[in-house]
Design a protein around this ligand. Structure first.
Ligand code: AMP
Ligand code: ZN
Length: 113
């Protein structure tokens, strides 16, 4: 997707602070962290949101959760963490490329705002 900021990060056209990369996914630090640890995990394939997942493209989501759990260990989130996906306007999604926030290093509140 030509004008997608996360596709550009994935292609190396916009810089990011990478935490993890493989052939399917990329993880990098959020520019505007909402917790001491705030990493975004994205599929390299452009999927606009969780609402655009299909039988064909959804395998990457389980991979993202495995990567999130591995990163949480590596980043020292011994006391737990939160994985967030914002979907659509009411969900608070601002970047229209599927991504999961891995947040940790502080106690989280519920319900979210
Ligand atoms: P969401 O509101 O769920 O769509 O989350 C988008 C997230 O992307 C926000 O937390 C932004 O701070 C983050 N973000 C936007 N642009 C960049 C960027 N170039 N590098 C890192 N994080 C970004
Ligand atoms: Zn994209």
């Amino acid at each position: 997707m030509a004008d997608c900021v996360f596709c550009k990060i994935s292609a190396g056209e916009i810089p990011s602070k990478k935490v993890y990369e493989d052939d399917k996914v990329l993880a990098f630090y959020d520019l505007d962290p909402q917790a001491p640890v705030h990493v975004l995990i994205i599929p390299k394939e452009h999927i606009a949101s969780a609402d655009e997942l299909t039988e064909e493209n959804s395998g990457v989501v389980s991979h993202i959760f495995l990567v999130a759990a591995r990163l949480a260990k590596e980043l020292g989130l011994k006391n737990g963490y939160r994985i967030v996906n914002n979907c659509g306007e009411d969900g608070g999604q601002t970047v229209k490329h599927l991504h999961f926030h891995l947040l940790g290093g502080r106690s989280m509140k519920w319900p979210p705002g």
